[in-house]
Write a protein that binds this ligand. Structure first.
Ligand code: NI
Length: 180
């Protein structure tokens, strides 16, 4: 178990499509556990392997942030097998410093994935859980939530982020926010 560094936009690995996991090994199990530790420490309710610089289709989630460790999902090669309806949610991301925005997503999704025991599982989700699943699956497809907002808003953020990196002045973390 280890807490790893979460990479921030614009790290190139965050924009790369991650290849699927072909063999679930002890390394995969260790990665899933390290991802959970890192997610809880952040704190966040979801994390994808590319955020740790590991380009693999692996995500973890625990959206019940008031009762952590009760509803833990460790998903390998997750795929959205059904999507219905539409919802707008204010999203933030552990890899996007100091920015949130409203994003339109499917309101309900069914996700098929493998767990760490190579068992195929099917998950039905709505509300925050559905949003978080779509947000994490975006991560393994090399997409951030800022790729789903207007170009104007994204450009404003990109400029602000460049200034942060240039000046070294990063606003303090707002722990009241739920980050996906
Ligand atoms: Ni994220």
């Amino acid at each position: 178990m280890a807490i790893l560094e979460i990479l921030k936009y614009p790290e190139p690995v965050l924009s790369r499509v991650a290849p699927p996991v072909n063999n679930i090994t002890g390394d995969t199990v260790k990665l899933l556990n390290d991802m959970l530790d890192t997610m809880y420490a952040a704190p966040g309710i979801g994390l994808a392997a590319p955020q740790l610089g590991i380009s693999q289709r692996v995500i973890v989630l625990d959206v019940n942030h008031e009762n952590p460790h009760k509803q833990v999902y460790k998903l390998i090669n997750p795929v959205i097998s059904r999507a219905e309806g539409s919802v707008i949610w204010e999203e933030g991301c552990l890899s996007v410093v100091d920015f949130t925005a409203e994003v339109r997503r499917a309101a309900r999704v069914e996700v098929t994935a493998f767990d760490e025991n190579e068992k195929e599982i099917k998950i039905e989700a709505d509300g925050l859980f559905a949003v978080a699943l779509q947000h994490e699956i975006d991560h393994i497809d090399g997409k951030l939530f800022i790729d789903r907002i207007s170009r104007l808003k994204r450009d404003l953020y990109t400029r602000r982020r460049k200034k942060m990196l240039r000046t070294g002045v990063v606003p303090p973390a707002d722990n009241a926010r739920i980050l996906i």
